[in-house]
Design a protein. Structure first.
Length: 116
């Protein structure tokens, strides 16, 4: 069975990196707008150490427009109140952001600023 999805939306949280066993995983939330009449869909994004996706996700900021490709996941959990819940997620294999959403590269010092 093939399990590959592509979604376009906005990051709804700052990416956070943490250690999961022996690897580092960078996670964030992604909002998918369905228009004014329907509720926003929220996805949990996970990008694992050793992938370009993990490095790319870690550089982005909340509110950034992104397109992610990866494997759809469904996580089941129990709330503190004892309710059964489910959360959709994507194990990110590829991520793209418009150039305007990416952090700016450091600027070189102007030539006339050199003291000699």
């Amino acid at each position: 069975m093939i399990n590959v999805v592509t979604f376009a939306g906005h990051l709804g949280s700052e990416p956070e990196s943490r250690r999961a066993g022996e690897k580092i995983v960078t996670s964030a939330r992604m909002a998918l707008s369905q228009g004014k009449e329907r509720p926003t869909i929220w996805l949990d994004l996970d990008a694992w150490e050793g992938s370009w996706s993990q490095k790319d996700l870690a550089k982005l900021r909340k509110g950034a427009r992104v397109t992610v490709t990866g494997r759809l996941t469904l996580r089941e959990y129990v709330t503190k109140a004892g309710e059964q819940r489910q959360a959709l997620g994507v194990n990110v294999q590829g991520i793209e952001a418009p150039r305007s959403e990416q952090p700016a590269a450091p600027q070189a010092a102007p030539q006339d600023a050199i003291p000699w």
